[in-house]
Design a protein around this ligand. Structure first.
Ligand code: FAD
Length: 305
């Protein structure tokens, strides 16, 4: 088995030491405020560094995990073994006529705001989604009738061999809250969105309207991972949970939101164990009452405590 100090030594050959942290508490970096420590937490500053880390991981056979803003992610309390890559340094957003090129660590909300400033229409739906560009592609994030697949032209990724590769939107097989990014072992580095010239006031009005809907319906005052479950065919997850009288149910510091039944909030220093136990309780109760299986939208990764 490879020792941690051997990994550290080799990592510091490809990434500046100030961008490598050990035993880093992940909950401090994630929207959900859940999760244990990462053996290594690295924040590369160039695409070449990302490529080198992937090649090193292949050579030394250590696992690596991508983190965006952790707004769709529950990291278990035992944390993550191996290397966690956080692409916060890749946050540039550029405009090229009616295209926006955004790096993977940029907030998709900021990309949506840039589109407004440039009077470009198509990304209004993303104005309240608290993820990164990388996470938004991974999830094919969407809201209020729009989704990433409507506007994505292509992306640059580092593939599982450490090569920089261009993937078209079709290559990524984007579907309802799904892409093939995980299956391919890709790391998204940047995305190009094709938008349409629009009217500033109309774009702004739509964004304001969607923001109002979000703020009035979602418990944005607490950390959460958004909608925990996918929409089951023919039903709405939130309605099933509401009709199961689960709102307000809590385990430890995690609670089924009283404001939006589809959300579980981290109300009082919840552990990931609390959160996961509550998700399972909701799934079991809804199955018993309505015979519907709720499939998780949120990803659960890492080790038990
Ligand atoms: P993370 O949660 O950090 O990661 C999600 C997955 O993407 C992980 O498997 C991770 O490994 C992978 N990943 C992240 N970055 C990369 C990368 N660069 N390359 C490869 N893989 C990567 N979602 C919607 O679709 N619509 C909504 O309206 C919506 N509303 C939300 C509201 C709230 C209040 C919250 C908390 C969440 C909401 N979400 C919504 C969920 C979430 O914001 C989205 O799924 C978002 O796209 C996740 O992005 P992230 O950066 O937080 O990804």
């Amino acid at each position: 088995m490879i020792k941690k100090n051997e990994i550290y030594q080799r990592l510091s050959g490809v990434i500046a030491e100030e961008n490598i942290k050990t035993d880093e508490l992940l909950r401090n970096h994630l929207y959900t405020k859940l999760g244990g420590k990462a053996d290594f937490f690295i924040t590369p500053t160039t695409y070449e560094e990302v490529q080198s880390v992937v090649k090193l991981a292949n050579e030394m056979d250590f696992p690596f995990t991508l983190l965006g803003n952790g707004s769709n992610l529950i990291v278990k309390d035992g944390g993550i073994r191996g290397v966690v890559l956080h692409l916060k340094n890749f946050n540039e957003i550029k405009t090229n006529v009616s295209q926006i090129v955004a790096q993977s660590g940029a907030a998709i909300i900021d990309v949506s705001r840039r589109a407004l400033a440039e009077r470009l229409s198509g990304l209004e739906f993303a104005c309240g989604i608290p993820g990164t560009v990388g996470g938004a592609l991974f999830m094919n994030a969407g809201a209020y009738g729009g989704e990433i697949s409507d506007v994505l032209d292509y992306a640059y990724v580092v593939d599982r061999n450490g090569e920089l590769v261009k993937r078209t939107a079709a290559d990524l097989e984007l579907d309802y809250r799904h892409s093939n990014i995980a299956e391919n072992g890709d790391i998204v580095l940047e995305a190009t969105f094709s938008l349409k010239p629009g009217n500033y006031d109309e774009i702004k009005e739509l964004m304001d309207d969607l923001t109002y809907k979000r703020e009035s319906k979602q418990p944005l005052e607490y950390p959460s991972c958004g909608s925990v479950f996918k929409r089951p065919p023919g039903y709405f997850a939130g309605k099933l949970i509401q009709d199961s009288e689960l709102q307000g149910t809590s385990i430890g510091g995690a609670e089924v939101s009283t404001k939006h039944a589809g959300f579980i909030v981290n109300k009082n220093n919840a552990t990931a164990t609390d959160y996961i136990a509550l998700i399972e309780h909701v799934q079991k109760t809804v199955k018993e009452k309505f015979n519907v299986d709720l499939e998780r939208e949120v990803k659960i990764i890492g080790e038990d405590d």
